[in-house]
Design a binder for this molecule. Structure first.
Ligand code: NAP
Length: 507
C-alpha cells in the first residue's frame, strides 16, 4: 500500500460513517469483487473490513518461497479486468498480489477499506434489522453483511503431542518467517499438499537436512510452465479478444475434468497413467518412488502440478518420512517406529481450517443463534451463499462452491451476480431483509449431496479437507461450473422470506 492509500484509508476510519448499507468482511478476490460491483452499480455506501494491511487475501498472506497459482494466469484474474502482461503461464504470488492491488487502485477501492480491522463478532439485531459488527477498531452497523473471508485463510496447526514444547523455529507456510535464515538448518516439513510441494524445492539447496513428513502421497502431474513472450503480450494488449479466446479455451479444457471427477471416476485412470510416468521419469530410486506413489483415485484430493518437487526429493540431504509422527520434543520429531530426528526448524504445510470455518464462531443470527450451532449437523448454505436464520448475510465461496479443477474466480464472479442482485433487492422500498427459506436451503443441499454420490470425492478412497468430520463433502461443487453460473444468474426472492418493517426500511 502506498503512503497516500494508507492515509486515505486511515482518514476514512476516523471520519467515515460507521453505519453503512453494506459491510464486506475480507478483501481477497471475492471481497474486492463485491466492492467493484457495488461501485459499478453506483452504491458507495459500504466499507471493506480487513484484518490485514492491504488487499489480496490469500495472495497477500501466502508469501512462502515458490508460491504460485496452479491455475493458468490467463484464466486466474477477473474476467472484467484482464491483465495482458502476466510474465508466466502460471503466475507467481507477487504478480497476483500486485494485480489485486492494481485492481484496488483502478476501481477506487482503497477509500472504502478499513485495514487492520479484525472482525471479532457480528450479530443480527432483529429490532433495527441491522448487522452489528465488532472490529478491533470499533463497531459498524450494516444493512447487509457480506462474508468474504475465504475458506483458506485460517492456518490449521496439527494437534501433535508436545508441539507446544518445541524450542526451535516454528511457522506455518501461510505465515512464512522471511527473517529466519534456513541456511544449514536441520528442517522438518510436515505436509505434502499444494503449498509444500511449491516451497520444498525452493529451500532444499539451502537447508542442511530436510525431513519431509508425508502422511498421504499426492498425485502430481507436470506443469506446462513457460514465460509468456513479448509477442503474446503485444497481441493481448492490442487485441483483448485474443486473450478472451485463449482464456475461454483454458476454461473449457479444465472443465472437461468434471467428466472424470463427477461423472465417471474411471476416466481418471488416463491422468493417473500420466502422473505415474512423471514419477518414474523424475524419481529413479525405486524405494523412494514407492513412498511417493498415491494409493487412492486421482482427483479425490487436489491434483498437484510440479516439475521440480520430485527431483528435490531425490537430493541426498532429503529424507521422505512416511512413519506417523507420535511426538514433538523441544528439539526433535519422534515417529511411531521410535526414530527421533533432531531439528532446528519446523515448517507446517498442514493446510487450513476449511470445513470448520472459524467465522462460524463469531456470527450470530436471528434469536441469538450462533452460525456454528446452526451448522452443528454439517456446514451448508443455499447456493453456497445464504443460511436460514441469518438475514441479509451473503457468503462468498461458502459451502460446496470449491473446485478441484477450475478457477475459483469463475465461481466468485457467478456469486457476484447473485449477491449484487440480492443487495439491490433488499434496497427496494418496503424491503428490510431477506432470509432464505429452510425448505429451499435443505432441498438445495439434498440435491448437492445426491450429485456428489459416485463422484471421485466420495468414492476415491482418500481422506481430504473436502470432507468434514462425518465424511460429508461440504466443500466441493459437484458438477460443471456453468451450472452454478446458471443458478446464480439472478437473485431468486421466491426462495426467501422477504420481510419489511416500514419504519425501518429507510434506516
Ligand atoms: P493441504 O493441501 O490441506 O495439505 C496439507 C498437508 O498437510 C497434507 O499433506 C496433509 O496430509 C498434511 N497434514 C495435515 N495435518 C497433518 C498432521 N496432523 N500430521 C501430518 N500431516 C498432516 O494444504 P496446503 O498445501 O496449504 O493447500 C491447501 C489448499 O490451498 C490447496 O488444496 C489449494 O486449494 C490451495 N493452494 C493453491 C495453490 C495454487 O497453486 N493455486 C497453492 C497452494 C495452496 P494428508 O494429505 O494426509 O491429509
Amino acid at each position: 500500500m502506498t503512503q497516500t492509500q494508507r492515509e486515505t484509508s486511515a482518514a476514512a476510519t476516523e471520519t467515515g460513517p460507521r453505519r453503512v448499507r453494506v459491510a464486506i468482511v475480507g478483501s481477497g478476490f471475492s471481497g474486492m469483487g463485491v466492492a467493484i460491483k457495488l461501485r459499478e452499480a453506483g452504491i458507495d455506501d459500504f466499507v471493506i473490513l480487513e484484518r490485514g494491511a492491504d488487499f489480496g487475501g490469500t495472495w497477500r498472506d501466502n508469501t512462502y518461497p515458490g508460491a504460485a497459482c496452479d491455475v493458468p494466469s490467463l484464466l486466474y484474474s477477473f474476467s472484467f479486468a484482464p491483465n495482458p502482461d502476466w510474465s508466466h503461464a502460471f503466475s507467481p504470488q507477487p504478480e497476483i498480489f500486485a494485480y489485486l492491488r492494481r485492481c484496488g487502485q483502478r476501481y477506487g477501492l482503497y477509500r472504502f477499506a478499513r485495514f487492520d480491522h479484525e472482525v471479532r463478532g457480528a450479530a443480527w439485531d432483529e429490532t433495527s434489522r441491522l448487522w452489528r459488527i465488532d472490529t478491533s477498531q470499533g463497531q459498524y452497523e450494516a444493512r447487509v453483511m457480506i462474508s468474504a473471508v475465504g475458506p483458506l485463510s485460517e492456518p490449521s496447526l496439527p494437534d501433535i503431542p508436545g508441539i507446544e514444547s518445541f524450542q526451535g523455529k516454528l511457522f506455518h507456510s501461510a505465515r512464512w518467517d522471511h527473517e529466519h535464515d534456513l541456511t544449514g538448518d536441520r528442517v522438518a516439513v510436515i505436509g505434502t499438499g499444494a503449498s509444500s510441494i511449491q516451497f520444498v524445492p525452493q529451500i532444499v539447496d539451502k537447508v542442511g537436512k530436510l525431513h519431509l513428513f508425508q502422511r498421504t502421497a499426492p498425485w502430481i502431474i507436470g506443469r506446462s510452465e513457460r514465460r509468456l513472450s513479448a509477442v503474446e503480450h503485444r497481441t493481448y494488449q492490442t487485441f483483448p479478444l485474443a486473450q478472451k479466446a485463449v482464456r475461454a479455451g483454458i476454461y473449457w479444457s479444465r472443465e472437461l475434468f468434471v467428466l472424470g471427477f463427477a461423472k465417471n471416476p474411471k476416466l481418471m485412470k488416463v491422468a493417473e497413467r500420466l502422473s505415474r510416468r512423471h514419477l518414474v521419469k523424475q524419481v529413479p530410486d525405486r524405494a523412494l518412488r514407492k513412498k511417493l506413489t498415491p494409493s487412492y483415485t486421482m482427483g479425490c484430493k487436489r491434483i498437484l502440478l510440479s516439475n521440480n518437487y520430485y527431483p528435490a526429493l531425490s537430493r541426498p540431504n532429503v529424507d521422505v518420512v512416511t512413519d506417523r509422527i507420535v511426538e514433538i520434543r523441544p528439539h526433535s520429531v519422534v515417529t511411531a517406529d521410535g526414530t527421533e530426528r533432531e531439528i532446528d526448524t519446523l515448517i507446517l504445510g498442514t493446510g487450513f481450517h476449511v470445513t470448520d470455518m472459524p467465522m462460524a464462531q463469531w456470527i450470530t443470527g436471528r434469536d441469538g443463534v450462533l452460525l456454528a450451532d446452526a451448522w452443528k449437523d454439517g456446514v451448508q448454505a443455499y447456493k453456497g451463499t445464504s443460511v436460514n436464520g441469518f438475514p441479509n448475510m451473503f457468503m462468498m465461496i461458502g459451502p460446496n462452491t470449491g473446485l478441484g479443477h477450475n478457477s475459483m474466480v469463475y465461481m466468485i464472479e457467478s456469486q457476484l451476480n447473485y449477491v449484487l442482485d440480492a443487495i439491490k433487492y433488499v434496497s427496494r422500498p418496503g424491503v428490510s431483509d431477506v432470509d432464505v427459506n429452510p425448505a429451499a436451503e435443505s432441498q438445495f443441499n439434498v440435491d448437492v449431496q445426491k450429485m456428489l454420490e459416485g463422484t471421485v470425492w466420495t468414492t476415491g478412497g482418500c481422506v481430504s479437507w473436502y470432507l468434514d468430520d462425518n465424511g460429508k463433502n461440504t466443500t466441493v461443487w459437484p458438477t460443471f461450473t456453468a451450472v452454478f453460473r446458471q443458478q446464480t444468474r439472478h437473485f431468486d426472492s421466491q426462495a426467501y422470506e422477504v420481510r419489511s418493517t416500514p419504519a425501518l426500511v429507510d434506516a
